[in-house]
Design a protein around this ligand. Structure first.
Ligand SMILES: [Zn+2]
Length: 64
């Protein structure tokens, strides 16, 4: 499942930050809170969109 383009609650575009957020938290092992601050994702409703999102594509792909 791809990340939703916009925050469900406030409508801010968050999908454009996903790739950078994912890379910096997983590969560079940075603190997710600091990455979100730098990306300008400040509202809790938007931050949860990125923090709680899992790339189901990676999980489901082997079974196709
Ligand atoms: Zn929001």
């Amino acid at each position: 499942m791809m990340i939703p383009v916009r925050c469900f609650t406030c409508g801010k575009v968050v999908g454009e930050h996903w790739e950078e957020f994912k890379q910096r938290t997983k590969e560079d092992d940075e603190n997710p809170a600091e990455v979100l601050d730098e990306l300008g994702v400040e509202r809790p409703c938007c931050r949860r969109m990125l923090v709680s999102h899992k790339d189901l594509v990676d999980i489901v792909a082997p079974y196709q």
